[in-house]
Write a protein that binds this ligand. Structure first.
Ligand code: NAD
Length: 363
């Protein structure tokens, strides 16, 4: 099969959909891989590394897209890319079309077979192609929180790990799922005093067991959140209620009573945020002040570490890309129910029921 990897052109997107290891795997199986020049530069991967792995480098987006029977991308096509969509093409990427009518219309009009990373779902309801980005955002959260805690950043002037004889920072993580647990793990590694709140007691049981009590676990409710937040130097919000906006768990009034210079990192900002005063920020201007606290609410945290994010993402997408290339999309989806859940559009129709319902269209 002919596989194309265009350069991502959405603003501030530095990831790429395939690494040289992926090229090596696919070409080793007899496929042709075409990579647009510079596609890997944002993730510190050179054209030469792709060539050494067996790819052909093409000079323009037009040439690259037109070669692809299977097009591998990271982000959804933007308006400039709509004219490149075709009916005889399979597109495998993050799509998020439930909230994007223009893209939905473009995919339907072109008749593209589009498989979305974010709706690939395993039988236990896990979302394997989203998990690595939650891992990245979670592990990054204490790092950006630690920076924000420094006095010149407007923070309380607390070192996360303290020193012998001086208390470490108190880090409270609300939501102990993929992102929250990764945040807690790094905060613990920095030497902080770490507490996780979650509504799911089984989850807390597992964390308590895994960490031998080194991370305190607390059942999440309005009173426990208030008590923990008032004693925190850093609060990391990482809750998710599937299919819903994030619940607002920290009010403006509660922030007004927090320790001056405390830091709140809202990882859940891409679902609306779990603090009442959260609003999306960018890597250019990631923080702002509410009362005497510092808020960090970057909606695409993995964008700050594109090399790690690219490798994390492609580790989980490549096995599916191999199935699509080896067997063709129809057989690959028949053989793998998780991948089949990823199909969003085909031959001018919406094929994913929740996505179709979001647009009020039949599936
Ligand atoms: P997850 O489903 O693995 O974990 C969510 C956890 O929240 C679950 O354990 C759940 O029990 C818990 N929870 C739900 N309601 C709660 C409440 N009221 N109090 C305490 N805990 C509660 O989800 P995840 O993969 O860890 O994702 C967490 C959030 O991070 C999502 O909103 C996701 O979209 C977001 N995210 C953001 C970025 C970013 O760049 N900002 C990147 C990746 C993921």
């Amino acid at each position: 099969m002919r596989i194309a990897v265009p350069r991502e052109i959405k603003r501030h997107e530095y990831r790429v959909a395939l690494t040289p290891a992926g090229v090596h795997e696919l070409t080793g199986r007899g496929h042709d891989v075409f990579v647009e020049t510079g596609a890997g530069v944002g993730s510190s991967i050179s054209d030469d590394e792709y060539v050494a792995a067996g790819a052909k480098i093409l000079a323009t987006a037009e040439e690259t897209w037109s070669e692809g029977e299977l097009v591998l991308k990271v982000k959804e096509p933007i308006a400039e890319e709509y004219p490149r969509l075709r009916a005889d093409q399979v597109l495998f990427t993050y799509l998020h079309i439930a909230a994007d009518r223009p893209l939905t219309d473009a995919l339907l009009a072109a008749g593209t077979t589009a498989i979305a990373y974010e709706t690939v779902q395993t039988p236990n309801r896990a979302l394997p192609l989203l998990a690595p980005m939650s891992e990245v955002a979670g592990r990054l959260a204490p790092q950006v929180g630690a920076y924000s805690l420094m006095k010149p950043s407007g923070g309380r002037g607390v070192l996360p790990g303290g020193i012998p004889g001086v208390h470490p920072a108190r880090v409270v993580v609300i939501g102990g799922g993929v992102a929250g647990l990764n945040a807690a793990r790094v905060a613990l590694g920095l030497g902080s005093d770490v507490e996780i709140l979650d509504t799911n007691v089984d989850r807390l049981r597992q964390i308590d067991n895994d960490f031998g009590g080194r991370i305190r676990t607390v059942t999440s409710n309005a009173l426990s959140v208030e008590q923990s937040v008032l004693e925190a130097d850093m609060v990391i919000g990482a809750v998710l209620v599937p299919g819903a906006k994030a619940p607002k768990l920290v009010s403006n009034d509660l922030v007004s009573r927090m320790r001056p210079g405390s830091v709140l990192v809202d990882i859940a900002i891409d679902q609306g945020g779990c603090f009442a005063d959260s609003r999306p920020t960018t890597h250019d201007e990631p923080t702002y002040q509410v009362h005497d606290s510092v808020f960090y609410c970057v909606a695409n945290m993995p964008g700050a570490v594109p090399r790690t994010s690219t490798y994390g993402l492609t580790n989980v997408t490549l096995p599916y890309a191999v199935q699509l290339a080896d067997h063709g999309w129809k057989k690959a989806l028949q053989a793998d129910a998780s991948l089949a859940k990823g199909l969003n559009t085909h031959a001018g129709a919406l094929t994913n029921a929740p996505v179709a319902a979001a647009h009020g269209l039949p599936s």
